[in-house]
Design a protein around this ligand. Structure first.
Ligand SMILES: Cc1cc2nc3c(=O)[nH]c(=O)nc-3n(C[C@H](O)[C@H](O)[C@H](O)COP(=O)(O)OP(=O)(O)OC[C@H]3O[C@@H](n4cnc5c(N)ncnc54)[C@H](O)[C@@H]3O)c2cc1C
Length: 390
């Protein structure tokens, strides 16, 4: 069977579903292809995969018409960063940037579920689940996508939002550059004796950062970066031994751990597609770039790709026009490259040789003492140009 759309999006994760909802909200005929099934509503214990959403991402989600479940979201108003072995310490407060909050922490599943709920209510969006592309080609003013369930879709623009191992990127012959940090991030959801507040903190150590992302109530998501072999040994600990290891390594302010809720670890890699665009094709989100998660920006920059692409599509009669796609690539590659460079330098400044770590310490000192520099950094982290006031 053959179906025509204005835009076909491959990948219904957070980034692809957000773009589909934004375009559907504007009346575009969207086909969303997802190889999995629609996400279920989150309930009970919080999921392990948590993400921060900054101000620009929240604006974009709001423009898509999705409603986030307030009871599963934790707003944060401060970010505190310090160096365990030096004196460098910086506290960033939303009020310094004239904001009520920096953003929220939300489970990936809760965000994806809210977006899919929105898609169900949009009459011009069709979701194709449990299927994936087999091939793609351009003919005339359309790109065709053949699916493995026998259907064929056509659209003026096909968007790859199918994650780091993007099949659409491979089918389009777009190569990537990669870098392995030889580190893993162990994520541990815990319940604590102390209530967590509206501050997210990160303590740099020579083996990698220890981060605390607050969740509603007496809950937190801990991210413990370390060498791959040390992390694997830590993963083998039983709950009591892991509690003791956390309490020994983490700063006292975390308080006692009353329960280990869940844990898992992920390899840390950087990846960047050599091109974001092709003939009637664009890549967004992790399909285009994967950054070190220490600054919590991977999803945010993916949503900013979707925001920029949606704006350009909505300005055009032909959503796949090559001039618009080149503008998309130009704007987003520059911003994403800057984020990759920033997260990379944070990683090397705090886990490199001692002189580099001293430089890292000094940079936190300087950031703390220069309100102008702090403000610029926060505007970048919120996804807005430092030269534009909101
Ligand atoms: C430890 C860790 C912590 C992180 N913390 C943060 C954070 O705090 N803040 C932040 O902004 N980012 C964070 N990130 C990054 C963030 O998780 C990713 O950037 C984000 O999930 C990317 O979303 P995506 O929709 O582009 O890709 P994905 O989430 O990978 O979604 C891709 C979707 O495409 C579907 N798919 C895949 N292949 C196909 C196919 N062939 N056909 C059809 N469908 C397909 C998949 O089923 C999936 O639904 C973190 C990452 C890690 C590893």
């Amino acid at each position: 069977m053959q179906r025509d759309h204005d835009i076909v999006i491959v990948g219904g994760g957070m980034v692809g579903a957000a773009l589909a909802a934004r375009l559907g909200q504007a009346g575009k005929r969207v086909g969303l292809v997802e190889r999995g099934q629609p996400p279920s509503a989150p309930e009970g214990d919080f999921d392990l995969r948590i993400s921060s959403l900054n101000a620009r991402s929240l604006d974009f989600i709001e423009a898509s018409g999705a409603t986030l479940p307030a009871e599963r979201c934790c707003p944060f108003r401060h970010i505190e960063v310090w160096n365990q072995e030096g004196k460098g310490h910086s506290l960033f407060s939303a009020s310094d940037s004239d904001l009520d909050q920096f953003g929220i922490f939300i489970e990936n599943r809760a965000l994806q579920h809210a977006l899919w709920q929105r898609l169900e209510a949009l009459p011009t969006v069709t979701c194709y689940t449990g299927t994936a592309p087999l091939s793609t080609l351009v003919s005339g003013r359309a790109r065709w996508v053949e699916l493995d369930d026998g259907q064929t879709l056509s659209a003026a623009l096909v968007v790859g939002a199918d994650g780091a191992r993007s099949q659409l990127r491979a089918l389009a012959g777009i190569d990537v550059t990669t870098h392995d940090y030889h580190q893993r991030a162990m994520i541990i959801n815990v319940e604590t004796a102390l209530p967590q507040q509206d501050v997210s903190w990160q303590c740099f150590t020579p083996t990698g950062p220890l981060a605390m992302l607050p969740l509603p109530g007496q809950r937190a998501s801990l991210v413990w970066y370390d060498h791959a072999d040390t992390t694997q040994a830590r993963e083998a600990l039983d709950d009591e031994a892991l509690k003791a290891a956390i309490e020994a390594a983490y700063p006292e302010r975390l308080g006692a751990i009353t329960r280990i809720v869940a844990r898992a670890s992920f390899p840390i890699k950087r990846q960047h597609a050599k091109r974001y665009i092709g003939n009637r094709l664009a890549l967004i989100g992790d399909a285009a770039h994967v950054v070190h998660p220490l600054a919590g920006q991977g999803l945010n920059i993916g949503l900013h790709d979707a925001d920029t692409l949606a704006e350009l599509i909505l300005e055009q009669r032909d959503p796949g026009a090559s001039l618009a796609l080149h503008r998309f690539e130009c704007q987003r590659r520059l911003a994403n490259q800057a984020m990759i460079a920033a997260t990379d330098s944070f990683h090397h400044l705090f886990t490199g040789a001692k002189p580099l770590r001293q430089l890292g310490d000094l940079s936190l000192h300087i950031a703390e003492r220069l309100p102008f520099a702090k403000r610029l950094m926060m505007q970048q982290a919120n996804g807005f140009s430092p030269f534009k006031r909101r």
